[in-house]
Design a protein around this ligand. Structure first.
Ligand code: F3S
Length: 644
C-alpha cells in the first residue's frame, strides 16, 4: 500500500504529534520545539512559568524579546525589562535586548529552522512560516506551558492551498500578495485553517517576502501560514551563517487540500487596505490622489533589507512632501546596520524621514499617533480603529513601495509611477548577536530574578460554579478586537504585569467606567456578535476581564486565539444557536447558566431571567477545556495536576 500524500502542514504536524488523531477538526497535541515571547505578553508568561515551578525550560530553544514597550517614561517598563532579562537567564531562555529588533524578524533571521514548531505569545508568530516552520501564535499561558514541556493543543486544521504562478512586476510586492489573499478570504476566512503556499511562483519570492505573506496571514484568522523550504531558503540561511539547520520540505505530489486558490503574481497590481479592516482592499489606482498626513514604514511585516533599500531608492534625491510626516521603524538591527552600510539610510534621512528605534513603535501605538482626522499610510499589518492612538485617524495598509512613493507626492500614489531600482540581495547578512544573551546553564541557581514594584502577583481564579446568575455588563457588535477589549498604547502597556491597574482600561473606548460597573455588579457576562476577540494574541483581553469577574462570553463566533485565552482564564466561551437570541438580550439583563452538565458537544441552556425566556447555546470545548474551566483556568489545572 502506498503512503498517503501529505500536505506540508500535515508532515510537520505528524512529526510533532503527541496526542490525538490527525482528523480534521479533532483535538491534537503537538510537541513544541521553539517558543518566543515579547515583553507585553512575556512578563505574564514567565510569572506563569515560575508559578508552575519549572526550573529550566524543556524546549530546544526559547527566546524572550523586548520590542513592544521600550519607552521608559517611568520605572514600570524598566522594571519589566529587568525582570524579563533575569528570569530568562535563570530558566534557560535567550534574551534579545531592546533595540535588537522585533521578535518575528529577529527570530526569522537568527533562530527559525525549517520543519520546526514555534509557539509565540504574539499573533504574528506565523512570520516564521516564511522559512518553512509551523509557527503559531498563542496566549502567554499556552507558551508558558510549552516551555514547561506540555504539548500544545489545537484542533486539526483544514489546509488551504494558495497556488502562486508567475513573478511580481516592479512596483508590486509581497504585501500586495497578502492583501490580495485578504480580499479573497476576508478576516474570517482562515479560521481553523493553515494557509499553504505552493506553485512555481514560490521560488520567485525571497524568504523575507514569504515572511511578509505569512506574517499577515494572521489577519485572515488562520492558525498559521507556511511556505515550502527550498533552495531559496537554503540560500537565506547560508547568508545568515546558519545553513546547517536547512532541510528541504514541501508537500507531497498529489497532496489533497480542503480548498484551493490561484494567484498569478504577474497579474497583481499595488493594493491598499482602507480603514478600518485589513480586508477592505482596493487597488491603489482607485484611491490615488487622496491627500495624506503620515507615512509609517517598518514593523514585523515590512522591514527586510529589500523593503528598506527599495524605500531608499524611491526617496533618493527627493524630499518628503511638507504635509507628510514620514517615520521609519526598522524591524531589526541587522537590517538597519546593513541599510546604513549600503548608503540607504543616508538617502532616507536626506529625504526628511524620522528614524525610530528597531521596535514595534507606532504599530502598537507607542508614539507617532497621527493628527486628528489624519490619513496615515502604514506598511504594517493592522489598521483597526484607534490602534494608532488617534481614534479619528484613517489608517491604510500598503507596501513599502506605495508608502514611499506617496510620501514624496503627499497623496496616495501608485508606485509604478515612481523612478527607482530594486536593490541587489546582499551576498551575506551582517551577523552580530551581541545583543542576544544566552541563559546561565552552569549555575542557574545563582541568578537572582529581579521583581520591581511593577511586577505584581498573578491574580487567581476560583473554580467554575455549577450554576451562575450574572448581569450582562456589556453587549457589543461584530468584529470586536482585542484592542477594543484591552487597548494597547503608551498609557496602558506599562501595566501588563499589573492586572489590578490594567483592568481600569478594559473596554475603555466602548463603555465608560466598565471596571466600576463590573465591581458593582459582582462580575458579569459579555454578549458579542461575530468574530469576537479578533486581532492580537493578547491574553490580557481575557485575564483582565477574569479579574473583573467575567464568567462567560456569549457570542455569534470567536477568533481562535481569544477563545483559547478565555478558556485558559476560566471564562466560558458560548455560541448562540440562533442570531435572534443575540437580538433578544439587552445590557443589564440577568442571565442564568446551568454548567452542571457541561460536556463536549452538549448544548448549554441559558435563561434570561429579566426577559423570562430561555434559549440554547453550544460550544467547541474539548473534554480538556472543560476540565480547565472547572478548575478555574489552565494555571489552576496544571497546578492541581502537579500536586496530584
Ligand atoms: Fe510588533 Fe506590530 Fe508586529 S506590534 S510584533 S510590529 S504587529
Amino acid at each position: 500500500m502506498t503512503a498517503k500524500a501529505l500536505t506540508l502542514t500535515e508532515k510537520i504536524l505528524h512529526e510533532h504529534l503527541v496526542t490525538g488523531e490527525m482528523k480534521k477538526g479533532a483535538p491534537i497535541g503537538i510537541r513544541i520545539d521553539q517558543t518566543l515571547t515579547q515583553d507585553a505578553t512575556g512578563t505574564m508568561a514567565y510569572l506563569q512559568l515560575e508559578a508552575m515551578g519549572v526550573d529550566q525550560v524543556k524546549t530546544e530553544l526559547s527566546v524572550s524579546y523586548v520590542d513592544h514597550n521600550t519607552l521608559q517614561s517611568g520605572f514600570e517598563n524598566a522594571d519589566d525589562h529587568k525582570y524579563l532579562q533575569t528570569v530568562a537567564k535563570k530558566h534557560g531562555v535567550f534574551f534579545s535586548r531592546p533595540g535588537n529588533g522585533i521578535c518575528h524578524q529577529v527570530h526569522l533571521e537568527r533562530f527559525g529552522r525549517p520543519g520546526a514548531t514555534l509557539l509565540g505569545s504574539d499573533s504574528h508568530t506565523p512570520t516564521g512560516g516564511g522559512i518553512g516552520m509551523l509557527a503559531i501564535g498563542a496566549g502567554g499561558l499556552d507558551v508558558a506551558c510549552a516551555m514547561a514541556g506540555e504539548p500544545f493543543m489545537l484542533n486539526m486544521p483544514r489546509v488551504v492551498e494558495v497556488r502562486l504562478t508567475g513573478a511580481l512586476q516592479k512596483g508590486v510586492s509581497a504585501k500586495d500578495v497578502i492583501l490580495k489573499v485578504l480580499s479573497m478570504l476576508t478576516v474570517k476566512g482562515g479560521v481553523g485553517k493553515v494557509i499553504e503556499y505552493t506553485g512555481d511562483g514560490v521560488k520567485t519570492l525571497s524568504v523575507p517576502e514569504r515572511a511578509t505573506i505569512t506574517n499577515m496571514g494572521a489577519e485572515l484568522g488562520a492558525t498559521t501560514s507556511v511556505f515550502p523550504s527550498d533552495e531559496v531558503t537554503r540560500d537565506f540561511l547560508r547568508r545568515e551563517g546558519r545553513e546547517d539547520v536547512f532541510r528541504a520540505l514541501a508537500a507531497d505530489a498529489g497532496a489533497v487540500y480542503d480548498e484551493r486558490y490561484d494567484i498569478d503574481l504577474a497579474a497583481l497590481e499595488p493594493l491598499i487596505a482602507l480603514p478600518h479592516m485589513p480586508d477592505v482592499v482596493k487597488t491603489v489606482r482607485e484611491v490615488a490622489g487622496q491627500p495624506i498626513d503620515q507615512v509609517a514604514i517598518g514593523s514585523c511585516t515590512n522591514s527586510s533589507y529589500r523593503d528598506i533599500m527599495t524605500v531608499a531608492s524611491i526617496l533618493d534625491g527627493k524630499r518628503v512632501a511638507p504635509n507628510v510626516s514620514l517615520v521609519l521603524s526598522p524591524g531589526s538591527r541587522q537590517v538597519l546596520s546593513m541599510v546604513a552600510e549600503a548608503g540607504g539610510l543616508a538617502k532616507i534621512l536626506a529625504a526628511g524621514a524620522r528614524l525610530l528605534e528597531c521596535t514595534c513603535g507606532p504599530c502598537i501605538g507607542m508614539g507617532q499617533s497621527p493628527v486628528t482626522n489624519a490619513w496615515s499610510l502604514r506598511t504594517f499589518n493592522r489598521n483597526f480603529k484607534g490602534r494608532s492612538g488617534t481614534l479619528s485617524a484613517n489608517v491604510c495598509l500598503v507596501s513599502p513601495e506605495t508608502a514611499a512613493a506617496s510620501a514624496i507626492r503627499g497623496v496616495i500614489t501608485d508606485p509604478r509611477e515612481a523612478d527607482f531600482d530594486l536593490p541587489a540581495e546582499p551576498q551575506a547578512f551582517l551577523v552580530d548577536d551581541s545583543m542576544i544573551y544566552a541563559p546561565e546553564r552552569e549555575h542557574p541557581e545563582s541568578v537572582e530574578v529581579v521583581q520591581g514594584p511593577n511586577i505584581r502577583p498573578l491574580p487567581e481564579n476560583t473554580p467554575l460554579a455549577a450554576a451562575i446568575e450574572k448581569e450582562v455588563v456589556i453587549k457589543v457588535g461584530d468584529n470586536i478586537t482585542t484592542d477594543h477589549i484591552m487597548p494597547a498604547g503608551a498609557k496602558v502597556l506599562p501595566y501588563r504585569s499589573n492586572i489590578e491597574k490594567i483592568s481600569e482600561f478594559v473596554f475603555r473606548d466602548v463603555q465608560e467606567g466598565f471596571k466600576a460597573h463590573c465591581q458593582k455588579a459582582g462580575g458579569g457576562i459579555i454578549v458579542a456578535g461575530e468574530n469576537y476577540g479578533q486581532g492580537s494574541s493578547r491574553e490580557h483581553a481575557a485575564l483582565a476581564p477574569m479579574y473583573l469577574g467575567i464568567k462567560a462570553v456569549l457570542a455569534k463566533s470567536f477568533a481562535r486565539i481569544h477563545a483559547a485565552n478565555l478558556v485558559n482564564f476560566g471564562i466560558v466561551p458560548l455560541l448562540f444557536d440562533e442570531a435572534a437570541d443575540y437580538e433578544s438580550i439587552a445590557e443589564g439583563d440577568v442571565l442564568f447558566f446551568d454548567f452542571s452538565a457541561l460536556a463536549p458537544d452538549a448544548p448549554v441552556r441559558v435563561e434570561n431571567r429579566t426577559k423570562k425566556r430561555s434559549f440554547s447555546t453550544h460550544h467547541a470545548l474539548s473534554a480538556l477545556d472543560i476540565e480547565m474551566l472547572k478548575a478555574g483556568g489552565k494555571l489552576n489545572y496544571i497546578k492541581n495536576k502537579q500536586q496530584s
